[in-house]
Design a protein around this ligand. Sequence first.
Ligand SMILES: NC(=O)C1=CN([C@@H]2O[C@H](COP(=O)(O)OP(=O)(O)OC[C@H]3O[C@@H](n4cnc5c(N)ncnc54)[C@H](O)[C@@H]3O)[C@@H](O)[C@H]2O)C=CC1
Ligand SMILES: Cc1cc2nc3c(=O)[nH]c(=O)nc-3n(C[C@H](O)[C@H](O)[C@H](O)COP(=O)(O)O)c2cc1C
Length: 181
Amino acid sequence: MSETDPSADSAPYVEGGAFRGAMARVASAVHLVTTDGPGGRAGFTASAVCSVSDGPPTLLVCINRTSSAYAAMSASDVLCVNTLAADQSDIAAAFGGRTPMETRFAAASWTRIVTGAPVLEGALTAFDCRIVGRHPVGTHDVLYCAVVGLAAPGDGQGLVYAERGYHAVPLTHVAPREAAA
Ligand SMILES: NC(=O)C1=CN([C@@H]2O[C@H](COP(=O)(O)OP(=O)(O)OC[C@H]3O[C@@H](n4cnc5c(N)ncnc54)[C@H](O)[C@@H]3O)[C@@H](O)[C@H]2O)C=CC1
Ligand SMILES: Cc1cc2nc3c(=O)[nH]c(=O)nc-3n(C[C@H](O)[C@H](O)[C@H](O)COP(=O)(O)O)c2cc1C
């Protein structure tokens, strides 16, 4: 474990509930992170996904070690980040917990491209990845993912999660004041 130790610093962590309350204000894209490997087929809904670098193309994914998908993700070298479209909140809910894995996957159609990880048909876009690093931080593991395949991006609207609910991205362009002048 290589967490920052707050006792080595003057400021302790804020309380977890206050942190989650603040994070509820932060709108995030919604993804299904899926795998298929020695631990079987598994997937979970994730908002903690981030682009790390384009050289080489790398994403990070954060997974709670209590997740029912954790054992399969740990046993696998591959995963796919399937970014959801606005009309896919039902499948986000299905992969968001307390649903058996086979029921989750039965809720949609799947394909495979490079690694064999499940690629969601109709996703806004999908990043097929090899897992190249794992780093525990608190309750979660951060997975570093080399992007080795892309599914053709759809032309729909994106799905975002904010204020504890799902919303469509209207893509209303807002120009900074100086750019508009
Ligand atoms: N990064 C994660 O692990 C996330 C987990 N969730 C799960 O979904 C449940 C419902 O979430 P909400 O309805 O949004 O209400 P909430 O009040 O539990 O969470 C509000 C926000 O805090 C963050 N968050 C929640 N749980 C977290 C966790 N364990 N680790 C890191 N960040 C976390 C997320 O940004 C979330 O949107 C959560 O209790 C959690 O189990 C939801 C979003 C992100
Ligand atoms: C919108 C949303 C975003 C989520 N983001 C994450 C995430 O980034 N990482 C994570 O480990 N769990 C995340 N979760 C929670 C998992 O999808 C899932 O609920 C959790 O792993 C427990 O599921 P289980 O019943 O399969 O154990 C999120 C849930 C929702 C609804």
